[in-house]
Design a protein around this ligand. Structure first.
Ligand SMILES: C[S@@+](CC[C@H](N)C(=O)[O-])C[C@H]1O[C@@H](n2cnc3c(N)ncnc32)[C@H](O)[C@@H]1O
Length: 179
């Protein structure tokens, strides 16, 4: 039989999923090689959040969703972290603001604030493979040592970076190369 904790989690996950699905049919197509708002699975996202919490159990812990859409992941992350999102599409940014979520209108390819964050999460914002690679190189070179990234459905193989160390669903940027 399902336990009360599992039941509570199921209620919350389904409520969030319903919220995201509600907005999905209205505006899903991205332009200029982008994806529209295609939300990542809530279960897997919550697991990432829990892992992040355990990886860095103290300190300020700043969290960034790159390509945050309507901001539902930022809303969830904000329960545990000091969280923000960046998003290129003003329609989604406006929606996020209506939901009371911190999402800034920014092009992730040009964004200069990655080094401010302890945890950087993205779920494949850009459809065009080369542009998505460019974004991921930009994030890698901008993030500071000691910070983490969760590259979901990434265009690059983050294991190939000499200075990135896999820790559960996250990669930690090391001070020096791994070997
Ligand atoms: C696949 S959705 C992910 C939504 C959310 N982060 C999640 O995990 O559920 C990708 C989002 O990235 C946004 N995006 C695409 N290109 C972008 C760019 N260059 N800068 C910022 N956001 C971008 C899209 O508009 C879309 O909302």
């Amino acid at each position: 039989m399902i336990g009360i904790s599992d039941l509570k989690l199921t209620v919350m996950k389904n409520a969030f999923h319903a919220l995201e699905r509600h907005y999905l049919p209205k505006h899903t197509d991205g332009v200029d090689g982008r994806y529209g708002f295609v939300p990542y699975k809530i279960d897997d996202f919550i697991e990432l959040l829990a892992e992040a919490w355990l990886l860095q159990p103290s300190g300020e812990r700043k969290f960034l969703d790159v390509g945050a859409g309507i901001g539902t992941k930022v809303l969830l992350a904000d329960v545990l972290f000091n969280s923000n999102g960046i998003e290129i599409d003003p329609f989604y940014v406006d929606m996020a603001h209506r939901l009371g979520v911190k999402v800034d209108e920014q092009n992730a390819l040009e964004y200069q604030g990655y080094s401010d964050y302890d945890f950087i999460y993205f779920f494949v914002p850009i459809k065009d493979h080369e542009l998505e690679q460019k974004l991921e190189y930009h994030i890698h070179s901008s993030m500071r040592p000691g910070s983490y990234v969760a590259p979901i459905s990434a265009a690059l193989n983050w294991d190939d970076f000499e200075d990135m160390e896999k820790q559960k669903g996250w990669y930690k940027k090391c001070q020096r190369n791994k070997s």
